[in-house]
Design a protein around this ligand. Structure first.
Ligand SMILES: Nc1ncnc2c1ncn2[C@@H]1O[C@H](COP(=O)(O)OP(=O)(O)OP(=O)(O)O)[C@@H](O)[C@H]1O
Length: 622
């Protein structure tokens, strides 16, 4: 922030000096730095001021960019190939081998140097495939496995173009690039990667749970790249602080999540405010069938770059998957032994379905391990401290909801434990993908109950992996629970409920046995369940909840957008209103893992299929 202020201030000072000699009209325009921009040559005192809206000539790649080098570049890691998923031109190729250095591609030396300082010298496969069409200004859908470098795949060409554009035309006030991400943590990470890869550019990360005034000030000084979550972006637009009229590059990271019902409305509000002439890109490790029809709406003649394909295994190469059977009663007690045996002192993320379980499990584990919880009910500052502590190795076990499932890049996570079956295969892929990143090895353990055997097989089929079955760990019914001291018995006696979990367990599950929740009979049943939690509401209060506070600030002034009052993932944020139905799907859920399949098939037939299940549930359970 300070750097930004100084940098833009210095620029302004130069401009002020120069503007003294200009006509008053030009000087005023020049000084204000609104959509008008002065060329670099003007700043140097050469030639007249060219006051006009900036135009980014993205259709032709910068002359320095050597496309031919890209097409012959090899890879730093290997990636299996595949076929495209779209009905447009597709790319997918199998290649491996020692690749051409990034330094030889003609991209801005600043980027080459910055990447090199992080040990990034050669392109990963997705980066290589994306570079040329991105440089040509093509809209695209990019899909590659988790941890294979999608951020830099879109980051390198965009940053390169902006650096070269700024060098030629000077800097403006409004962002040229907008990246939308589904979670605050991911937005921060993407912005950091952009900032570190192109230190001369001004980047901003905007998301809820942090003071908006500071973000408004920073925007006022001028930025080149804005990264953020949709809620806060809309809020800033409404307040007149964020002007998207000059955006030339827009990226939907984790596109399949961003385009799910509930998210898509806000994405659309934002896209409507972008210039029509722009380059749009969508990236994710998962692109369900339903996304195809949507891309037509958002993308212009896109090229599809799919390095995953439908038939191949969907996980990164270095990941070994295990499964272990445990009934509801014993589930909490086997986590310790699994961590000890399989993480071997390294980093481990345990994914739970609910915030409450994350807290409880973390509490239980903290008696034996250094451990913290991460979910949407935790204040943003604490969330950031927790993630930083996990990255830095201050503690090694993170118990998280799906707020941590997508995109987060914490190096050297050795083990993922799915404490419960995720809601859908996409979530399984993303959760599991927090390990085995950038060519490293990792393991994932899926805990399931007898009743979920078919669901496990379905995951195997859809994800293209084979689970190695671990011997079950005996747990005596009378033995002390890991949750003693607040959760004793919480998992006991609910076996039937928990057994149908994959499809959506319909029983009281955690709630009834622990005495909370005011007798909610279905934790997905919308209002009553959420009110039972109590904490759901607080999601929406400032300072809370992942996406919640994002939206709480929106709701303070979003009237004109008329948007839903829901929330990004923030679970509780969506109480009532339209979301009620989505969560009420008792019948869907009670049908057990069958839903897994039916949900997916309804997804592919259209987005309405998401209504009942997984994706919205993801948001709810953050
Ligand atoms: N060319 C490269 N050489 C070495 N490391 C790289 C390269 N490109 C990216 N990385 C590193 O690989 C890691 C994973 O990258 P990134 O987070 O972009 O993956 P991703 O494909 O977006 O994953 P996800 O699907 O989980 O979001 C990061 O730590 C990044 O710095």
């Amino acid at each position: 922030m300070i750097t930004t202020v100084l940098r833009r201030s210095c620029l302004d000072a130069t401009r002020r000096t120069l503007s003294a000699s200009l006509s008053s009209v030009n000087a005023a325009l020049f000084h204000s730095l609104t959509p008008a921009v002065a060329r670099v040559s003007d700043l140097a005192g050469i030639g007249p001021i060219d006051v006009k809206a900036r135009e980014f000539h993205f259709q032709s790649g910068p002359s320095e960019f050597r496309a031919s080098m890209v097409s012959t570049a090899g890879f730093a890691i290997s990636e299996n190939s595949v076929r495209g998923i779209g009905d447009t031109e597709s790319v997918g190729r199998s290649s491996s081998g020692d690749g051409l250095a990034i330094s030889e591609l003609g991209i801005a030396p600043e980027i080459v140097k910055a990447l090199s300082s992080k040990g990034i010298e050669k392109l990963f496969p997705i980066q290589k495939e994306v570079l040329e069409p991105a440089m040509q200004g093509r809209d695209m859908i990019g899909r590659a496995r988790t941890g294979t470098g999608k951020t830099l795949a879109f980051g390198i060409p965009i940053l390169d173009k902006i650096i070269k554009f700024n060098a030629k035309h000077g800097r403006g006030r409004n962002p040229l690039c907008l990246v939308l991400a589904p979670t605050r943590e991911l937005a921060r990470q993407v912005e950091k990667e952009f900032r570190e890869s192109a230190p001369s550019l001004d980047t901003i990360c905007v998301y809820g749970g942090t003071p908006i005034a500071q973000q408004m000030r920073q925007l006022d000084y001028g930025v080149d790249v804005a990264v953020g979550t949709p809620g806060r972006i809309i809020d800033l637009i409404k307040r007149g602080a964020l002007n998207l009229s000059e955006v030339q590059f827009v990226v939907l990271d984790e596109a399949d999540q961003m385009l799910q019902v509930g998210f898509a409305e806000d994405v659309e509000i934002i896209l409507e405010r972008l210039p029509e002439k722009r380059q749009s890109m969508m990236f994710s490790a998962t692109m369900p069938g339903w996304i195809r029809s949507l891309t037509k709406k958002y993308l212009n003649n896109p090229v599809t770059i799919d390095l995953v394909g439908d038939s191949d295994q969907k996980l990164a190469d270095g990941i070994t998957t295990y499964s272990i059977i445990a009934d509801s009663y014993g589930r909490g007690s086997i986590i310790g032994p699994l961590v000890t045996e399989h993480a071997k002192g390294g980093k481990c993320i345990v994914f739970t379905q609910t915030k409450r379980d994350a807290d409880r499990l973390s509490y239980g584990l903290s008696k034996s391990f250094q451990c913290e919880a991460l979910h949407g009910d935790i204040s943003q500052s604490q969330r950031e401290r927790t993630l930083a502590g996990f990255r830095d190795g201050r503690f090694n076990i993170l118990v998280a909801t799906d707020v941590a499932a997508r995109g987060l890049d914490v190096p050297n996570v050795d083990l993922i434990i799915h404490y419960e079956l995720p809601n859908n295969t996409e979530t399984f892929v993303h959760r599991t993908g927090r390990t085995g990143r950038a060519g490293k090895k990792g393991s994932a353990i899926l805990i399931y109950s007898q009743e979920q055997t078919r669901a496990v097989k379905m995951i195997e089929r859809e994800v293209g992996t084979r689970f190695i079955e671990l011997p079950s760990i005996p747990v005596e019914r009378g033995s002390p629970s890991i949750f003693d001291g607040g959760f004793s018995g919480g998992y006991g006696g609910d076996m039937r409920d928990r057994g149908s979990n994959f499809g959506g367990r319909s029983g009281g599950g955690y709630g009834s046995s622990s005495g909370r929740s005011g007798g909610s009979s279905n934790r997905y049943s919308g209002g009553s369940d959420r009110s039972g939690f109590g904490s759901f509401g607080s999601d929406r209060s400032p300072g809370f909840g992942g996406f919640g506070s994002d939206r709480s600030s929106q709701s303070s002034g979003r009237g004109s957008f008329g948007g839903r009052s829901g929330d990004y993932g923030s679970s509780g944020g969506r109480s009532g209103g339209s979301s009620g139905n989505r969560y009420s799907g008792g019948s869907d859920r009670s049908s057990g893992f069958r839903d897994f399949g039916s949900n997916r098939s309804s997804q592919s037939s259209g987005r309405s299929g998401f209504g009942g299940f997984g994706s919205n549930d993801d948001k709810r359970s953050y």
